[in-house]
Design a protein around this ligand. Structure first.
Ligand SMILES: Cc1ncc(COP(=O)(O)O)c(C=O)c1O
Length: 454
């Protein structure tokens, strides 16, 4: 084939089957691959032909430099947690759970049903399928105490993943050049979304109990900010969960400041030894803008999340979403709704809790045994990660590189700090592939750390 002249006709499928003694399916697949690679083309009724090879001359994009000028604010590069790594590596870096932790059977059945139904061909409303809006509203209402008005389905805006929700919320509620309070450390994607929205980031330090209310008050007052982004349950990366008292204190500060709390409840389905209680469940006056995603718990391919907001804030967010993407694929919304309303979903969540617990414990004991220099700030009560403080003087970049060379992929903690990092940290995900390799992974981290400090 490689030697065939451009325009040459390929033998018929039947003769390829005979010549290569392959099945018709195999031949068809090979032809599809070659077509996708642009090497052959099929002309219906005539045959299949070798395509003319195009000589690639080097392109000159220099003119774009003059047209684009310098970026106003360069976006940070995509996080290293998103990169693909060799299959045989011991990987602790990713933010998403391994496939074996997803409800695969429910997802496949839901997608099949969605493909057969109306959703496959119709356009859903901009704010989302009404039944899915109801489901999200009821989920939050389930933890709303008596005396607080639960959210309405009409307060819900369905999103294609919560990442794009963050961009919309920051654009709609903060605005270019205006201050936004972020926990520090915090989710790198929130830092990225803040940069995209062009807001001015003001870091608020957080410990294992969340932000200190006095420090938060000062940050509001000094910066003039009206929005605080936080993860009260199983924060990424620290794993911190705010106590009931802390939830009330922060809500009081936010109310007193006439401000919004953007609550990212990304790990709502990943409680291990506690249950997540959203701050939003105690608010019925529109101070909390609540984000809940199904991407990590249903399927990374069913990118469905929701924001629940009340009053004009909800209208502004919806307007931004409509300008950005009009509506979310009805097919994915129908499939997500199908999964979370099956009886098997609750069974799945129960089994997931046990699996996460044993994976978390295995990673923690492995680190304590094999990497004693690595200090685990707190064993998280939920979520997918352990946040590890390394000794002062650790060369973090070198450690990440050395571990990778030894087949262990870790995420250096600097990406989670909106300003300078408060020290050398790594984030280790215990929901990745092959937990049996955690002890070996921890041994390599310990060895490389020893070398790094020695
Ligand atoms: C705290 C936090 N928020 C939001 C997201 C984005 O989630 P989604 O997949 O829904 O866009 C992530 C993903 O890692 C996350 O960790």
């Amino acid at each position: 084939m490689a030697a065939a002249a451009p325009g040459a006709k390929l033998p018929s499928t039947r003769s390829l089957v005979a010549d290569y003694q392959a099945s018709p399916v195999t031949v068809q697949k090979a032809l599809q691959t070659l077509t996708a690679e642009g090497l052959i083309e099929s002309r219906p009724g005539v045959g299949t032909f070798i395509r003319a090879a195009r000589t690639a001359k080097p392109s000159d994009y220099g003119w774009q430099t003059a047209a684009l000028k310098s970026p106003l604010a360069a976006l940070p590069p995509a996080s290293s947690t998103m990169r693909d790594v060799p299959l045989d590596a011991i990987s602790f870096h990713s933010g998403y759970p391994a496939r074996e932790l997803l409800p695969e059977r429910l997802v496949r059945a839901a997608l099949t049903r969605a493909a057969r139904g109306d959703a496959a061909l119709s356009r859903p409303p901009a704010a989302g399928l009404p039944e899915l809006q109801s489901w999200f509203a009821h989920e939050l209402a389930a933890s709303t105490p008596a005396g607080t008005a639960p959210p309405n389905p009409s307060d819900v805006v369905v999103l294609p993943g919560s990442q794009s929700g963050l961009s919309s919320i920051f654009s709609a509620l903060v605005g270019r050049g205006q201050p936004l309070l972020l926990e520090s450390p915090t989710y790198w994607g929130a830092i990225l979304a803040a940069a995209q929205a062009g807001v001015r980031v003001v870091p608020v330090p957080v410990g294992p109990d969340g932000p200190d209310p006095a420090v938060l008050t000062r940050a509001f007052e000094e910066s003039g900010a009206r929005v605080f982004y936080a993860q009260p349950n199983y924060a990424n990366p620290t794993g911190a969960q705010w106590s009931a008292g802390r939830r009330d204190q922060v809500l009081d500060v936010v109310r007193a400041q006439g401000a919004f709390l953007v609550e990212d409840d990304w790990a709502h389905d990943f409680g291990i030894t506690s249950n997540p209680v959203p701050v939003a469940s105690r608010d019925d006056s529109g101070h909390v803008v609540y984000l809940r995603s199904l991407t990590k718990s249903v399927s990374t391919s069913i990118r469905v999340a929701a924001v629940i907001a009340r009053g004009p804030a909800r209208e502004r967010i919806l307007a931004d979403r409509a300008a950005e993407s009009m509506y979310v694929s009805g097919l994915l919304q129908a499939a997500a709704l199908d999964v979370v309303t099956q009886p098997g979903w609750q069974t799945h969540l129960r089994s997931l809790r046990h699996q996460l617990e044993s994976r978390r414990d295995l990673l923690v004991t492995s680190l304590r045994a094999h990497a004693p220099q690595a200090h685990i700030e707190q064993v998280p009560k939920g979520g997918l990660h352990v946040w590890v403080r390394l000794p002062d003087g650790t060369d973090l970049e070198r450690l990440v590189r050395d571990c990778e060379a030894a087949g262990v992929i870790i995420a250096g903690g600097n990406e989670w700090f909106p300003a300078e990092p408060a020290g050398p940290f790594i984030r280790l995900n215990y929901s990745g592939m092959n937990p049996g390799a955690f002890p070996e992974g921890a041994r390599i981290i310990g060895e490389m750390l020893e070398r790094n400090l020695g």
